[in-house]
Design a protein around this ligand. Structure first.
Ligand SMILES: C[S@@+](CC[C@H](N)C(=O)[O-])C[C@H]1O[C@@H](n2cnc3c(N)ncnc32)[C@H](O)[C@@H]1O
Length: 194
């Protein structure tokens, strides 16, 4: 059963999201190649998803264009809403600094290799094993859940998933938005600590 001190990480894969940081704030889905999805996932993870879990136990790692990763950790000044998040992401991608975002140049393979040393990893997939059925295996200090974007996972992500034999888990047959998957996982894990 997870304790407050355990870390829950969501790994989000965006194969086309521009690493230049040059998005048009009025057209985030188009110019940002679905950066709006990342922003909504950030709100779900750090703003409206958790009720009981301490935000310090949550982390999001987004891999952009298989070139670099952005790691988001809790901070009092985190924004709310797509435009606020997009401004912070754009700043960091354009070499600015932000207390709750760190940037690492790595591809998905390197990211998975790094994270599997410190955490169990699960691929979120409608056709995976029922999440409720694996809750008794969620006992380690870190669990990471990998999500696709609006198109699911690309062929490269599937190669990495296969290479590292990452087990899959499902929230049911319905295909949910990534942000809702994050909120559902957090809700299920919160039940374990109440
Ligand atoms: C909007 S969904 C992607 C839907 C897309 N049409 C597809 O074919 O995968 C975004 C991501 O959320 C996760 N997801 C959505 N519904 C899920 C479910 N019922 N169980 C587990 N993961 C789910 C998956 O990782 C998926 O790649």
């Amino acid at each position: 059963m997870p304790r407050q001190s355990n870390l829950i990480r969501f790994i989000l894969i965006f194969p086309n999201l521009p690493t230049s940081g040059k998005f048009i704030l009025k057209d985030l889905p188009g110019s940002g190649k679905r950066i709006d999805i990342l922003c909504r996932c950030l709100d779900a993870c750090f703003k409206w998803g958790p009720n009981i879990l301490n935000n310090n136990t949550l982390e999001i790692v987004a891999i952009l264009s298989n070139e670099l990763s952005l790691t988001f950790t809790s901070h009092k000044d985190m924004p709310l809403g797509e435009v606020g998040w997009a401004k912070e992401i754009s700043n960091v991608l354009q070499e600015g600094s932000c207390p709750f975002i760190s940037k690492t140049y790595e591809n998905l393979d390197t990211l998975v290799k790094r994270i599997r040393r410190i955490s169990d990893i699960w691929v979120m997939d409608e056709e995976g094993v029922s999440f409720k059925g694996i809750l008794n295996r969620i006992s380690h200090s870190q669990n990471s859940f990998m999500l696709g974007n609006n198109r699911g996972f690309d062929s490269y992500a599937y190669e990495v998933i296969k290479k590292y034999q990452i087990p899959s888990m499902s929230l049911g047959d319905t295909s949910y938005l990534g942000s809702h998957c994050i909120a559902l996982v957090i809700a299920q894990l919160e039940r374990l600590i109440t």
